[in-house]
Design a protein around this ligand. Structure first.
Ligand SMILES: Nc1ncnc2c1ncn2[C@@H]1O[C@H](COP(=O)(O)OP(=O)(O)OP(=O)(O)O)[C@@H](O)[C@H]1O
Length: 236
C-alpha cells in the first residue's frame, strides 16, 4: 500500500499544497490533473523526496519511509545533471550505476518503440526525443512507484498512443503509476483513477469506472464540470 497523508507544502508565504491525502493499492495507474501551476510536479517532487513537505506529513510504501521509500520511487523531472557532451549510452551507464534496479531487458523493449540512438548526444536531442529518453529511463527501473510528469507533451501522436497502450505491459505488476497530463481524453482509457488538484487541494479522487457509471460523463467533461463555475461556457 502506497500512502500519502497530511501532506502540506508552501513556497515562502504561498501555500502550494494543503492537506493532501490518498492511498493506492498496486497495480494502479492514477492520472493527476489540474491547471498550470496547481502543484502536480510539486506533488511528485515531494513523493520523490526532492523537496521536503511541512512537518507532520507521512509518505509510506508498505510501511517504508525516507530513504527506503525513495529508492523504490522512479521519477526524473529533467536531465539537468547530464553533461553537455554525454551520449545516451553514457547517461545509461551512469543511470545503471546509480540504480541497481535498472532493468536492461525493459530498456531494450521500450526502446523498440522509442528508437533512441544510444550514440546520440543528449544535448542535441529534440524536445520530443528528450521526453522519450526521460520516459524510457523512468520506466526501466524495477520501482514500486513510478511518476510520469507530463511524459508525452512533446511526443508525436502515434508514438504517444503506442506508449500509452503499452505502458501497462512495461511497468511491474506490483507498481503504482502517477501520471500528470493535460491530455485528459488521451489518458482516460489507460488510467484506473484520477486525482484532480485545485486551489492546493485534491477536489476529486475517483475511479474512472465510477465517473462513467455514476456521473455518465467522460473524464474531460467531468473535469470541466468540477473545475470551473458555469463550465466557463465550455460545451460539455
Ligand atoms: N523553482 C520554483 N521557484 C518558485 N516557485 C516555483 C518553482 N517551481 C514551482 N513553483 C511554484 O509552485 C507552484 C506549483 O508548481 P508546479 O510546477 O508544481 O505546478 P504544475 O501543476 O506542475 O504546473 P504545470 O501544469 O504548468 O506543469 C506554482 O505556483 C509555481 O509557480
Amino acid at each position: 500500500m502506497f500512502k500519502v497523508a497530511g501532506l502540506n507544502y508552501a513556497r515562502g508565504r504561498c501555500s502550494v499544497l494543503q492537506d493532501i491525502n490518498f492511498e493506492s493499492d498496486a497495480p494502479e495507474i492514477i492520472g493527476v490533473l489540474g491547471e498550470n501551476g496547481v502543484g502536480k510536479t510539486t506533488l511528485m517532487r515531494l513523493i520523490a523526496g526532492a523537496v521536503m513537505p511541512k512537518k507532520g506529513a507521512s509518505i509510506t510504501l508498505d510501511g517504508l519511509a525516507g530513504y527506503a521509500l525513495k529508492s523504490a520511487v522512479a521519477f526524473i523531472p529533467n536531465l539537468n545533471w547530464v553533461r553537455k557532451r554525454d551520449t545516451i549510452a553514457e547517461v545509461l551507464d551512469f543511470y545503471r550505476a546509480g540504480y541497481p534496479d535498472f532493468n536492461q531487458e525493459r530498456w531494450n523493449e521500450v526502446n523498440k518503440t522509442l528508437r533512441l540512438n544510444e550514440q546520440d548526444q543528449v544535448s542535441a536531442l529534440s524536445k520530443g526525443m528528450l521526453e522519450r529518453l526521460i520516459f524510457a529511463l523512468t520506466v526501466s527501473r524495477d520501482a514500486k512507484v513510478f511518476m510520469l510528469d507530463e511524459p508525452f507533451s512533446g511526443v508525436d501522436v502515434l508514438t504517444r498512443r503506442k506508449l500509452l497502450q503499452t505502458l501497462i505491459q512495461w511497468v511491474p505488476e506490483d507498481a503504482t503509476i502517477l501520471m500528470s497530463t493535460h491530455e485528459i481524453a488521451e489518458i482516460e482509457p489507460v488510467i484506473d483513477r484520477v486525482l484532480i488538484l485545485k486551489d492546493a487541494h485534491i477536489i476529486v479522487d475517483q475511479t474512472i469506472d465510477d465517473i462513467r457509471d455514476n456521473e455518465h460523463m467522460t473524464l474531460e467533461q467531468y473535469y470541466v464540470q468540477r473545475y470551473v463555475e458555469d463550465n466557463w461556457g465550455i460545451e460539455l
